[in-house]
Ligand binder design. Sequence first.
Ligand SMILES: *[C@@H]1O[C@H](CO)[C@@H](O)[C@H](O)[C@H]1NC(C)=O
Ligand SMILES: *[C@@H]1O[C@H](CO)[C@@H](O)[C@H](O)[C@H]1NC(C)=O
Ligand SMILES: *[C@@H]1O[C@H](CO)[C@@H](O)[C@H](O)[C@H]1NC(C)=O
Length: 370
Amino acid sequence: MKAGVGLISSLLLFLLMGAVFAQRPRPKKPTRRPATTRKPFVPKRGEPAVPEPQEPTDFPPIILGPPSIFSDCPKECLCLPSYPNSLNCENRNIRVVPVIPFRTHYLYLQNNYISELTAEAFNNATEVRWINLANNRIQKIDKQVFEKIPGLLYFYVQRNQLNEVPSGLPTSLEQLRLDRNRISKIPAGAFTKLENLTLLDLHYNQLSDSDLGKNTLKDLKNLMQLNLAYNVLKKMPAGVPNNLIQLFLDKNRIDDIPKDYFKDFTHLAFVRLNHNQLSDKGVPKAVFNLTSLLDLQLAHNQLTVIPLFNNHLEHLHLNHNNIESKLCTFVLVVFTQNAMRAVFCFLPLERFLVCLHPDMHSSNARVHFN
Ligand SMILES: *[C@@H]1O[C@H](CO)[C@@H](O)[C@H](O)[C@H]1NC(C)=O
Ligand SMILES: *[C@@H]1O[C@H](CO)[C@@H](O)[C@H](O)[C@H]1NC(C)=O
Ligand SMILES: *[C@@H]1O[C@H](CO)[C@@H](O)[C@H](O)[C@H]1NC(C)=O
């Protein structure tokens, strides 16, 4: 009987390995152990999609918009009669923000060479709701800009050159994207009174623990998505508002999670801590035992045991840890074409297996150790 089970599990193992290696490129050195040969971490910068022109000569000329029926349409923008509230100035090699007409609610300025935001352009732009400034060269934003646009809801400034979070953000703000900048500073009070902010994206910056004191985020009562991945945090961020649904902290240097860190989070469903320095010591036994949690990603850490979790969990990512050395002979995470994922943990002595089928109903997403 025991031999029969052994045979079946070996066969299953063999078939699975075949399936996995058929779908994924074979690593160059499959025997390398990640924990001991880890290189010092250097944060990567976001690479610009196109080569950046050099100052001062080779800025491409401004591309003018077509003639417009709106007399207030800036010459470098597109004003469509069917969308009188949109001002489309994206992809036009603009270096200076044009004067924004009063009728504008949606302002598109992405993919230009704008380096500064000053209040003059916004003197009459009191109705603006959305601004997209992604992929420019913004280093400076006058805080008077925000006094002109008190109803701003979405402010997208990802892929720029900001060194700090802008000050004076309007309290109406709902979404703030500041990812892929050079931010290493959050001025005191930067996020105070932003009671309606639901999304804060700060990934790919240079934030460290001292930037996230316990009061930094405390006013963000409605925050649902916080992305602090690709920074240089060593600790879990303090004062994270507990209405959060999604917390991304991949690729930092976190080695420890306080025992009660997630205690007051009742909606937290998605937690990513891939590529950190978590070992068993830094992960208290029941820290992830939350009924709300659906997706937990702990790949590329130094765990040797599978953390305890609640059976509502649907996705668990544990690849590239050291779990095989103790509990399991190894752990396999299987990605199939239809994105179904499964974690198989093969235990010694044919006691198997961990099997997680996240695309089935959550009541089926159980983990069985023996
Ligand atoms: C500002 O908007 C008002 C209302 O549409 C308009 O009458 C005025 O001419 C605008 N001023 C400028 C400088 O565009
Ligand atoms: C927050 O949103 C609510 C509901 O839309 C709105 O009534 C309130 O004025 C907003 N708060 C601020 C500071 O804009
Ligand atoms: C895990 O959470 C459940 C409630 O969801 C609780 O009954 C159980 O005691 C917890 N386990 C541990 C080890 O804390």
